[in-house]
Every structure is written in C-alpha cells, then in structure tokens.
Ligand binder design. Structure first.
Ligand SMILES: [Zn+2]
Length: 198
C-alpha cells in the first residue's frame, strides 16, 4: 500500500500539474471515442499499450476479456457496453486478448477449477471459443485468438452494438497483445492476424 500512496503523491506533485489543462477539460467532459475490452491481467494496461490519454478510452476489463452474449437481467458488463455505445457514442470497440492469459491457459490445458467455482462459472462464457480452438489441440495462443473472435460475435448480440453496427456507426476490432515482444496483432474476419503497427 505504501507504494500506492507514494504513487498518488507523485501523481499529484508531478503528473497532474503537467496535464492541468487536460484535467480541467475532463472535469466536465466525458467523450471517449473507443471502448476497450481487455483482460483484468495486471500486465495488460490499455492506456499504456495504446499510449492514450485520460478521457480517451472507456475500459472494461474482465477475466479472459470475456463478453457474455446479451441476456435478460442485470449485467455489469452489458450495462457498461450500452453506456459506452448508446450514451457516449464510441466509434470503435476493441476486444484485446493477450499472450499467457491465465484464463485461456486454464481452459486450453483443462485445469481443475473445482476449488474456484466463480472462475469456472465465468469461464463457461468461453465455451464456444474452446470448441472452435479444439481442433488446434491444447494451444493457448490459438485459443486466445479464437476467444477474441468469439467475444466480437458476442458483442454484436448486445442491442446497442447491433444498432450501431446497422447504422455503420461503430467498428469492431480484435487484437492480441504479446507481452514478451510488446507487439499487437489485429485479427481479420477469417481469424488471421497481422501486426497492427510496424
Ligand atoms: Zn488474461
């Protein structure tokens, strides 16, 4: 906790004053252009990877960057998606998977999750990803890619996203971030990947 306290002190002393104009504008304005859906993994930091400033990314992070398909009933992920798309009007949605994902590794390698029922239950939302990747055997990287594709499909089942897609008002993108190299690959519709930036 001491590290965090020191971090807050350093933010107030060094960082905040240097961006005072930005923060003054943000005090009354919230107009992000991108909804970024990533894994909760501490190594995957959306603003760092994309070099975004405060106010630019609306971020949802879940274990395994999973986006459950639309279903009736209260759902925090669904509410955040709807807010970003229907209220804030983001024009891009990125689903970003990553290398060495704990959630995808547990699924690809069939880890015993009987002692972690909440995790086991949540990861059921990746059933389709697992089924699609099964042909590749226990390959974590293949599952990470299939999972991003599956979550893009799930996203499109949310009414706010479906409406925005029908109006050509939003673009969905699938990314995979590779921790050891720092590269980001973009998936095309067929699941092939290409480096996002050279
Ligand atoms: Zn992960």
């Amino acid at each position: 906790m001491q590290d965090l306290t020191e971090g807050v002190a350093r933010f107030q002393r060094d960082v905040y004053p240097a961006k005072a104009e930005l923060f003054a504008r943000l005090a009354a304005t919230h107009r992000p252009t991108t909804l970024f859906i990533g894994c909760s993994d501490a190594r995957v930091v959306p603003e760092l990877i994309t070099q975004s400033e405060p106010g630019e990314l609306f971020v949802i992070r879940t274990a395994g960057n999973l986006v459950p398909a639309h279903a009736p009933g209260p759902d925090g992920v669904a509410a955040s998606i709807e807010y970003a798309v229907a209220v804030l009007g983001v024009t891009d949605i990125v689903v970003c998977g990553h290398s060495a994902c704990g959630a995808m590794t547990a699924l690809a390698e069939s880890h015993d999750l009987s002692a972690a029922p909440a995790i086991a239950g949540w990861l059921r939302f990746a059933d389709a990803s697992v089924a699609r990747a099964a042909a590749d055997g226990p390959d974590v990287a293949a599952l990470v890619r299939e999972n991003v594709r599956a979550q893009l499909a799930n996203l499109a089942t949310h009414p706010s996203v479906a409406r925005a897609l029908a109006a050509n008002a939003v673009t969905l993108r699938g990314w995979v971030y590779d921790i050891p190299s720092g590269t980001v690959e973009e998936l095309d519709a067929t699941g092939r990947t290409a480096p996002l930036a050279a």
